[in-house]
Design a protein around this ligand. Structure first.
Ligand SMILES: [Fe+2]
Ligand SMILES: [Fe+2]
Length: 365
């Protein structure tokens, strides 16, 4: 049977032996004491939920990270499609092309690698350039850096997400150096910023396992990418004769401080201009990616939506992306905008909120 991609599925589609990657699996107990199965299944076009209500014990022979053949029917539940699974068959995933079953970066891989080496070639310091070339001439490191996601769920959680995110952070950093150093005349060491940006998350190549779905490795759980990356950079620098201790120390600080806060896994907060730039670019890039993935767009399906659901990691609701069609905003939203404008112009000194207004999330403006 022809492969049906998740983003093409419609209600009532029948699936016969369709292969998916199992991203999540649980077998909870229903109120009537009957076990059922909840699944998240993926292919390169997306993720869909699955439910198996009958014969769960018989088919409970696979796990998260396995490839399975699914037979069932597509249903709509609370406006979302899900597969009601009739039966499953675990298959050997050895010969399966992972890129067909996991989402990948939209950018061309070869072009991204070229950009990586363009940044490395733009470094001026002899030792720092040698360090980056040595790291990325290691076939295992380069291949992992090209393939790895940057996260399991939060941001850039797709194949080559680490490379895409690292290049985006480096590009932002490069622009910040131009702005602050070249235009505002603030002394900044570009080499440290660019090398720090490229290496800030390199520890993720050992922190995350992407072979069968995305998950943390034991090393990732016990040590974490910040310290793994610091160690990797140090180990490589120690192999280069005469590598200046100051450069190693400062680059190490940028890697250790990039998460910005102790509770986010950084053993140090940023204590240099270069570390602060890398941390700021990293925070901005990861948050923009989270917003991009979580804010609904004002298309036909979302025409009545004004707010995204509460996004726990960003600690707020966000307005739907209405940049291209503001006419679709609801009346209530327009009233809130007008109230803001009136306040701005000093027309209203005190704004009385109605009970209905109070239920709305805080104004964005
Ligand atoms: Fe990080
Ligand atoms: Fe990062």
């Amino acid at each position: 049977m022809k492969k049906l991609w998740i983003n093409e599925l419609k209600e009532n589609d029948l699936l016969a032996d369709q292969i998916f990657l199992v991203v999540e699996k649980a077998t909870p107990m229903a109120k009537n004491n009957k076990q059922y199965m909840t699944l998240k299944l993926s292919d390169k076009t997306g993720v869909i939920e699955g439910r198996m209500w009958d014969n769960v014990e018989k088919y409970n022979n696979f796990d998260q990270g396995d490839f399975i053949k699914v037979t069932g029917i597509v249903n709509s539940y609370r406006d979302n499609l899900q597969i009601v699974v009739k039966h499953t068959e675990k298959i050997d995933g050895t010969d399966i092309d992972l890129r067909q079953f996991v989402q990948s970066s939209e950018f061309d891989l070869d072009e991204m690698v070229e950009t990586l080496f363009d940044f490395i070639n733009s470094l001026e310091g002899k030792y720092i350039k040698k360090l980056l070339n040595k790291l990325f001439s290691n076939a295992y490191i380069l291949e992992s850096y090209k393939m790895s996601p940057a996260g399991v769920k939060l941001h850039h959680a797709f194949l080559s997400g680490l490379l895409e995110h690292s290049l985006s952070v480096t590009s932002l950093c490069n622009k910040m150096v131009t702005h602050y150093r070249d235009e505002l005349d603030i002394p900044i060491n570009r080499d440290l910023v660019i090398a720090g940006a490229l290496l800030h998350d390199i520890g993720k190549i050992y922190e995350l396992d992407y072979e069968k779905g995305f998950k943390y490795t034991t090393e990732g759980q016990l040590i974490g990418h910040v310290v793994i990356g610091y160690q990797l950079m140090n180990d490589m620098a120690n192999l280069i004769e005469g590598f200046p201790y100051k450069v190693k120390m400062h680059l190490g600080h940028i890697i250790l401080a990039h998460q910005g806060r102790l509770e986010f896994g950084s053993p140090k907060t940023a204590m240099s201009m270069e570390a602060f730039i890398v941390h700021s670019a990293d925070e901005l890039d990861s948050k923009i990616n989270m917003l991009k993935n979580n804010i609904p767009y004002l298309d036909d399906k979302n025409k009545d939506k004004v707010w995204s659901p509460f996004l726990k990691n960003l600690d707020s609701n966000y307005a739907v992306n209405s940049s291209d069609d503001i006419s679709k905003l609801k009346d209530n939203d327009i009233i809130q905008r007008r109230r803001y404008l009136e306040l701005e112009n000093g027309k209203i000194k005190q704004s009385k909120l109605t009970e209905k207004d109070k239920k709305q999330p805080k104004s964005l403006f």
